[in-house]
Each structure stands twice: as structure tokens, then as C-alpha cells.
Design a protein. Sequence first.
Length: 202
Amino acid sequence: MRPVKLALTGTIGVGKSRALALFNRLGAHVLDCDDIVHALLKGADKTITAKIIKTFGARVARGGGVDRKTLGKQVFNDPTARRKLERILHPVVIATLLRKARAARGQVFVAEVPLLFETGLQKYFDASVAIYAPMSIIKKRVASRGYTTRDWQQRTAAQIPWSIKKSKADFAINNSSDDKLTLKNHITRIYQACVAITKGGC
């Protein structure tokens, strides 16, 4: 039987990466879509690199790839520029995601997809998990990582509100606590539910 395909989503600062790592420790085959994007910007696909440089100018080029910081200054401040970048990157990200999902082994495949509902990618998964936290908690977490309020606002500008993500998801996790055990318990429960499906359970 093919693995249950689970999508993990949420805004910056809610604990998606920690949740993905917990799924991995439990035995799930995992993938972070941001890793696909980072590889593309480093020059993994020269065609994509060329398209980005042609669209945004030679100043974004760096060492055979794209300078993320320089590119980010353009796209985070300009919705039109951001959409242009998404049109270049998203088809490749989606194709890679689907290929990895088909090749996955084991009982559960989990992909971290920040723009899951915004891009309509939920249709490729069996279920979705939205992680959320109060705004005050998110601000403290992103500040501890060196982000300013403006940085955080720019990075979430393309995302729908967390309340909508929560309502659309099959599972919703309130990760407002810094207690790692609480998040682990939530992830374990969801993972076990997925495993039960592969075994004919509910």
C-alpha cells in the first residue's frame, strides 16, 4: 500500500520545522518544500537560474546561482515581483514534490508546504496539518531568530490568515507552548492515525 500523504503548513514562527523533524523521528518519509526552493536558488537547475536572472536582473546573480538576500529585497516588497518569482519556481517545486511523494517508502509521507492552501496543493495530499500560535508568541519567536517585525510581515504577506489555514486543515495544532513534549504528543497522535489507515484502521 502507498504511504499516506500528509501536508504540514503554517506561518513562520509556529514550529513547522520542529514538527517535521518529529514526524521523521517517528518513521515518516519527510520533505521540506523550502529546501527545494533553496536548492533551485543555489543553481541546481540552470534553466531556472537563467529565468530568475533574466526577470530580476544580473544583480541577483551570485556564484552560479541566485543571491537570496538581494532577490528577497525585490520580491518581499513588491507583490507583482513575488508573483513573477512564484510563476518561475512553483511548477518545479510542485513537480519535485509529486515525484518525491511517488517515490516515498514506508507508511507515511509528510511534506512541509508553507503555501499549501494558497497554491491549491492540498489536492495532492490525503490530509493536512496546520500549526498555529498566537501572534504575540510568533513575534517573540521570530525576533529571537533575528527577524524584524517588517521581515516577518513581508514573509507572510502572500499567506492567508492562520485562522483560515486552521479551518481548512484536517488537523490543527496550537503550538503556543514551548513545551516540546506537547507538540510531540500532537504529532505522535496524528502519525499513529495515519499508520492506522495504512493498516485498514480508522
